[in-house]
Design a protein around this ligand. Structure first.
Ligand code: NAP
Length: 280
């Protein structure tokens, strides 16, 4: 069997086209959605991510502003900017690009963002709302993964979903989202006794680990759906957490890297910004 390739790029493009229509309507009412991105320092990967977000905003008509702050920006200066953005009606979404330089306190910065503008879904209020299933913003990568699986028309309720990785930005929230969709969810991490054995029980396997090609063919149940969240730079190329060439021989469907989850993350950020503007 050769797996169906889940084309995240094409699905994200469909979502962006729908969003562009919504943005045009809001703009006609004088409510152009506005996303403000805060970038501190010179992290090269962060610069690339911010540029992609800005380009995607332009494509759908969202007004995006990037605040580029020097590496030596103080905590007080950063908090002051966030306070100003919180108070500005034209700003519907605020995103602070992580990681921040080491001298800054990320937790305090995230907590300072108004939960109503926290389009990344990292504020504790939004984290709590996700846990209780009471709305709020959901982190973009997990939201994108669920959307990908839904649009691929894979059944979720009652299925075994195994998530490898328990980070606050991917593993834990994606597990919560699939639990809310009535899947039976297992979360694996670095202390799990036998990750391969857990993975083999998965109808839907989600790898969010940050270890190149960790997931091998014999970790995957024949016909399973495999979602590869990993972005690892190896010898100048980007590879996922799944050994794609091997695993595609047994999986029923699989996301490529790049072109799978990545484009969905940005599409979900745009969607959250448009929703925030529509509610404002
Ligand atoms: P992270 O914070 O480093 O978390 C990695 C998780 O994997 C941890 O929970 C860790 O366990 C677990 N882990 C590490 N080695 C393991 C092993 N050998 N077996 C089982 N579990 C293991 O990473 P993250 O932020 O979640 O990101 C994961 C990957 O997704 C990275 O490659 C990142 O670049 C990528 N990513 C992609 C997108 C996108 O848009 N496509 C967005 C975000 C992240 P412990 O908790 O026990 O340490």
């Amino acid at each position: 069997m050769t797996a169906k390739i889940i084309d995240g790029k094409a699905i994200a493009q469909e979502i962006r086209a729908d969003l562009a229509k919504q943005v045009a309507k809001l703009t006609a009412q004088g409510r152009t959605p506005g996303l403000h991105v805060v970038l501190v320092g010179d992290n090269p990967a962060s610069k690339v991510y911010v540029r992609s977000k800005q380009r995607a905003c332009e494509e759908v008509g969202i007004a995006s502003t990037v605040h580029r702050l020097a590496e030596e920006t103080t905590q007080a200066e950063l908090l002051d900017l966030i306070e100003r953005l919180n108070a500005d009606d034209r700003v519907h979404g605020i995103l602070v690009q992580l990681p921040l330089p080491g001298h800054l306190n990320e937790e305090e910065v995230i907590n300072a963002i108004s939960p109503a503008k926290d389009v990344d879904g990292f504020h504790p209020i939004n984290v709590g709302k996700l846990q209780t299933g009471t709305g709020g913003f959901v982190p973009c990568t997990p939201a994108g993964i669920l959307e990908l699986v839904k649009r691929t028309e894979v059944p979720i309720a009652g299925q075994n979903v195994v998530v490898i990785g328990r980070s606050n930005i991917v593993g834990k929230p994606v597990a919560t989202l699939f639990l809310q969709e009535n899947a039976t969810v297992t979360i694996c991490h670095s202390r799990t006794k036998d990750v391969a054995a857990e993975a083999r029980r998965a109808d839907i396997l989600i790898a969010a680990v940050g270890r190149p090609k960790l997931v091998k063919k014999d970790w995957v149940k024949p016909g399973a759906v495999v979602i590869d969240v990993g972005i690892n730079r190896v010898d100048g190329t980007i590879v996922g957490d799944v050994d794609f060439d091997e695993v595609k021989e047994v999986a029923g469907a699989i996301t490529p890297v790049p072109g799978g989850v990545g484009p969905m993350t940005i599409a979900m950020l745009l969607k959250a910004t448009v929703e925030a503007a529509a509610k404002a």
